[in-house]
Design a binder for this molecule. Structure first.
Ligand code: UT7
Length: 325
C-alpha cells in the first residue's frame, strides 16, 4: 500500500508579553527613535507582537506549542519518532534546539535536528518530515517552528524592529494510507544572502560581525511577491489542481501587502487567507504553523480542506506545500 503523511494535530504558543504598536512606539520614543502606529499599520498590517521574557528560549516556546499539538493529535511524547525544529534563533550554537526541546518533552531517543531556512524554515522542515515518513524512516513526526526574534532585533533600526515578534507553532505529521501532503516545492538563491541576514558569528570566544538583523525591505518585498506565486503554481501543477481549488492560503506572515498580492495572483479572496500578522508580527519560521493552528482552532481550517502553505525569507529561500488537511 502507498504510504503518505498527514497532519493529525496542530498547536501554537505565544509568550505572554504583548506589545501593541502604541507600546512599541512609546518604548522606541524613549530611545529617540521615531515611528508611529499609522506607519506600521499602513506599510505592514501589523498592530501587535509578543516578546518572550528574558531567559525564555525558542525551545521553551516550541515545547509548549508541541505539547498542544500532541494533545490535539491524541498522542504522547513516547509516540514521536522524529523531531524537526525550524529556527533561526536557536538556544545555543550547538546542540540543536530540537535536541533541547526533545529532552523538555521527554521524547528522548528519536532523531532530532534543526532546519535553518529562516522564514521558509517550516515549509522546508515539513517537506523533510514528509519525505522521511514516505520513505519509511519515520511514522510520527513533530515539526515545529519556534523563534525569539526579539533577541536579534536592533531597536535603533526602525525599519526592522517594528516588524518581528516571538512565538512557536507545531504540527504532528503521521504516516497515513490516504494523501495528506500532496506536493511541495523548495528553493534557495544564495546570491541574495545580504538582503536579509544576521551576519554575526562566534569566533575565538567573541562575536565577530553584527549579531543583529539587517534587511533591505524593498529588495525582499520585490523578490517575495514573484517567488510566492511561482511556488504556488508549481505545487498546484504537481498535484494537478488549480488555484480556485484552494480552501485556505496560509502564507508566511511578514506583510499584509505581500499576502494580498499573492492572494490576488492566485485569484483568492482575502477571506480564504489566514491572517495573523496583525496580532503576531513576523515570527519567521514560527509564522506559518502559528497561523495554521489559529485557523484550525478558530474553526476555519477543517478536515479535508485544501491548504496552501507558503514560506519566503532569508537565504534567499522560498517554498510551498499543498496539503489535504
Ligand atoms: O520575513 C522575511 C520576509 N520579509 C519581508 O517580507 C519584508 C518585506 N519588506 C517589507 O515588508 C517592506 O519593505 C517594509 C515594511 C520593510 C518597508 O515598507 P516600504 O513601503 O518598503 O517602506 P520603505 O522602506 O520604502 O520606507 C519608506 C519610508 C522611508 O522614509 P523616506 O526615505 O521615504 O523619507 C523610511 O525611512 O518610511 C520610512 N520608515 C519608517 N517610518 C516610520 C521606515 N521604517 C519606518 C518606521 N516608522 N518604522
Amino acid at each position: 500500500m502507498k504510504r503518505f503523511s498527514r497532519i493529525t494535530g496542530t498547536g501554537s504558543y505565544l509568550p505572554a508579553a504583548r506589545l501593541s504598536n502604541a507600546d512599541l512606539v512609546a518604548r522606541l520614543a524613549s530611545e529617540g527613535i521615531e515611528t508611529s502606529d499609522e506607519w506600521i499599520v499602513e506599510r505592514t498590517g501589523i498592530r501587535a507582537r509578543h516578546f518572550a521574557a528574558a531567559g525564555v528560549t525558542s525551545s521553551d516556546l516550541g515545547a509548549e506549542a508541541a505539547r498542544r499539538a500532541l494533545e490535539a493529535a491524541k498522542i504522547t511524547p513516547k509516540d514521536i519518532d522524529l523531531i524537526i525544529v525550524a529556527t533561526s534563533t536557536p538556544d545555543m550554537v550547538f546542540p540543536s534546539t530540537a535536541c533541547i526541546l526533545q529532552n523538555k518533552l521527554g521524547a528522548n531517543g528519536c532523531p532530532a535536528f534543526d532546519v535553518q531556512a529562516v522564514c521558509s524554515g517550516f515549509v522546508y522542515a515539513l517537506s523533510v518530515a514528509d519525505a522521511m515518513i514516505k520513505s519509511g524512516g519515520a511514522t510520527t513526526a513533530l515539526v515545529i517552528g519556534a523563534e525569539v526574534f526579539s533577541r536579534i532585533l536592533d531597536f535603533k533600526d526602525r525599519t526592522t524592529c517594528v516588524l518581528f515578534g516571538d512565538g512557536a507553532g507545531a504540527v504532528v505529521l503521521q504516516a497515513s494510507d490516504t494523501p495528506g501532503l500532496l506536493a511541495s516545492d523548495l528553493h534557495a538563491d544564495g546570491s541574495h544572502v545580504d538582503i536579509l541576514c544576521t551576519p554575526g558569528h562566534v569566533s575565538g570566544g567573541s562575536v565577530l560581525g553584527d549579531p543583529l538583523l539587517k534587511m533591505d525591505g524593498q529588495a525582499v518585498f520585490k523578490l517575495a511577491v514573484g517567488v510566492l506565486e511561482q511556488a504556488a503554481r508549481t505545487v498546484l501543477a504537481k498535484a494537478e489542481l488549480k488555484d480556485t481549488d484552494i480552501d485556505w492560503l496560509i502564507p508566511h506572515q511578514a506583510n499584509i501587502r505581500i499576502m494580498q498580492s499573492t492572494a490576488k495572483k492566485l485569484r483568492l479572496p482575502m477571506d480564504k487567507v489566514i491572517v495573523t500578522v496583525d496580532q503576531h508580527g513576523n515570527t519567521s519560521a514560527a509564522s506559518i504553523p502559528l497561523a495554521l493552528d489559529h485557523g484550525v482552532r478558530a474553526g476555519k481550517v477543517k478536515p479535508g480542506d485544501l491548504v496552501m502553505l507558503e514560506g519566503v525569507g532569508g537565504g534567499f529561500t522560498w517554498g510551498a506545500v499543498l496539503l489535504n488537511f
